[in-house]
Each structure stands twice: as C-alpha cells, then as structure tokens.
Ligand binder design. Structure first.
Ligand code: XIL
Length: 343
C-alpha cells in the first residue's frame, strides 16, 4: 500500500519522523540499523534530527563547533531524498544548553557578548546548511508550563531578558535563512492541566506579532497521552479548537513536530493499549488535519524500539511503552492505520 508520506502528499501535506544516528549509521558504523532505515525511507518524506542539531551536540565549547554527526545525518537524508527540518536553534532552558554555558564568563559587556554568541550560533548553522533546510524550530520550549511565564537562562540573563533573546533568535534566523519557515515549538497540548501553558504560548505569539518578530508557525509537539475512561473528549476538543483558532487567527501556520502517544491509564495488555492509542491518535489527527494551516506532520520516532518515552517516563507497571506507529520489531501497529486513515 501507499506510504504515509504518499497519503499525506495526496492532500498537500507531508509526513516525517525524528531520527537518531541509527538509520544513518552516524553514531558509529556498527549501530546502523538497515531495517530501521528502510522503515524511515519507506514511509517518510522528511526527517528531523532527534538530538544532533542541538547546542549540546554542536557546541562542545564556547569557541568550537562540531558538525560531524549532524553533517553525516543530513548527507544521509539528502541521499535518500528526504527533506530535513532544523531542530533547534535555541532550546531556551538552562538544562538544555551546553553545560559550559552556566559558568561562561561573558565579560564586562555581557549584553553584547551574549547577543554575539547567539547570533554567531544561528548564523553559523543557517549558513552552513543554506537551502538544504527549509524549516527551523528557531526557539524551543520557552514557556514555563505551570505559570505561562518565559524561562530565563544564563544566555538570556547576559542578554538582558528572555523577550529580547527570543526576538533576536528569530530576526537572526530570518536574515540568515530567508527561504526557511521559522517555527516556535512547544509542548502545550489538548489535555487537562495545560491551560496555563497554552495561555503563555498565546501571550508569546501575540507579543511576536506586536513587535514584528518574524515567526511563521507554531510547532505543536504533540507528545499526547491517553486519558482516563470517562474523560470529557468534547470539552477537550472544544478547548483545543479555541487555542488553535487563536493561533491561526493571528496568521500563524501549524506544524505537528513531535507526535507520540503515551499509553496512560490503560492495562498492560499491548492489544488494548495499541487500540486505545490508535483511537486517540485518530481523534487528534482528525481535529488537527481540519486546519488547512497544517502541512507537515512528524512523529518523534517511527518505532517503539528507539522511542525516548521509555527513558523519559516509563510505565509504572514495567510494561514497555508503545508510543510509535511501528512496534519494536518494525511491524505496523493500529496507530499507523490511524495516521493513514486520517490522511
Ligand atoms: C528529546 C530526545 O528525544 C532525547 O533523546 C533527549 O535526551 C532529550 O530530548 N521536546 C523536544 C525534543 O523538543 O527535542 C525532545 O527530544 C523531546 C521533547
């Protein structure tokens, strides 16, 4: 049957996934997994590096870049005719910046030095890849979920505030990659408990508009999780539509950047979980795909085998997580059917 990307293309969309060094074999040759590579190239039209483009990967020291791993990955993607998204130019949280940043001496003119470091980073990356990358998550996760306020980081403190830091990131990206879609990417979602996070993201997006900051789209990460039986799906969908209407009403596009599904509130039986995850995915995609502003849909891993969720939030009963469209032996799951049907 047709690939997910083929189905997506039939309605003017694209389908892709995050990849790590495995399919590309770029972690080290011995870890290449041809079966996984075949799965990715067979289903996808675009990919994104799970970690290889982050500051922590590219900036071993303040005065040094290391592009080896990401270069290997984008070369592989080019050979496979897969488009590459850029993730990300600034993950605006101390714990996701390189460790050296926390103690970096910005000198007497901290503001200028901080600005120079950020501008140099973004210009260096954007110029290196040029038109090979046509969509960037310029800023990742700047909003504190519990309060809606912006985080501060060692870098933004040097620059003199979160707002000027994020604005500078986008303005620099626009100048250095004028051909690229510029995305603000975050994980506010439709589940209960996300209202402050959503409100904070809306405030940020309004501020970008008011200040004329060049942001093209909201990246909706979509690390979603099945809800307890009896949860109010109608209320959830209505609230989510209100949020998406506000975002698109301001003129922003939408990208699903990191879809995966946590099988919460479900018994260990994999068949039961896979069914529930598929149904939840279908409801989510049907709603999301009703927005013509959404063109690109990426999952955060094609196979349960390599999903970050297992390490990030394992199930309490010890059963392995099953968050992806394919299982750990690369067999398609009901979630794959849901995506196909939604396209
Ligand atoms: C995650 C990776 O999957 C992990 O391997 C890494 O240890 C931490 O980052 N939101 C994002 C992604 O924007 O960059 C994160 O990726 C998942 C959550």
């Amino acid at each position: 049957g047709p690939s997910l990307d083929t189905l997506a293309k039939a309605r003017g969309m694209r389908f892709g996934t995050a990849v790590n060094g495995r399919p590309a074999g770029t972690d080290s040759g011995s870890r290449a997994n041809p079966a996984y590579a075949a799965l990715v190239t067979g289903e996808c039209g675009l990919v994104v590096a799970e970690n290889e483009m982050k500051w922590q990967a590219l900036r071993p020291a303040p005065d040094r870049f290391d592009f080896a791993r990401f270069d290997a990955m984008i070369d592989w993607a080019d050979r496979q005719h897969l488009a590459m998204r850029g993730h990300n130019l600034l993950w605006h949280q101390d714990k996701w910046l390189p460790r050296w940043m926390a103690t970096h001496d910005f000198g007497r003119d901290r503001r200028r030095a901080g600005e120079r470091m950020l501008v140099q980073h973004i210009e260096t990356v954007c110029r290196r890849y040029g038109r090979r990358i046509r969509s960037y998550d310029v800023v990742n996760e700047a909003v504190t979920p519990a309060t809606g306020a912006l985080y501060d980081t060692a870098l933004s403190r040097a620059i003199g505030g979160a707002e000027p830091t994020l604005d500078l990131a986008f303005r620099t990206a626009r100048a250095a990659a004028p051909h690229a879609q510029l995305v603000y990417n975050d994980y506010m979602s439709w589940e209960p408990g996300n209202d402050r996070h959503r409100a904070g993201v809306l405030t940020l997006l309004e501020g970008f508009k008011a200040r004329g900051v060049p942001v093209d789209a909201l990246g909706v990460q979509s690390h979603i999780m099945t809800q307890p039986a009896g949860s109010d799906a109608t209320a959830r969908e209505a609230e989510w539509r209100r949020f998406l209407d506000a975002v698109t009403g301001m003129g922003y596009g939408l990208v699903i950047t990191e879809l995966d599904v946590r099988d919460n509130n479900l018994p260990a039986d994999p068949n039961v979980r896979d069914r529930a995850v598929a149904d939840y995915t279908r409801a989510y995609c049907d709603l999301m795909f009703s927005y013509p502003q959404l063109r690109d849909v990426l999952v955060w891993g094609m196979s349960d085998r390599y999903s970050w969720i297992e390490g990030f939030e394992p199930r309490k009963d010890g059963a392995r997580r099953r968050p992806c469209p394919y299982d750990d032996r690369f067999n398609p799951k009901p979630m794959r059917d849901s995506l196909a049907a939604a396209f």
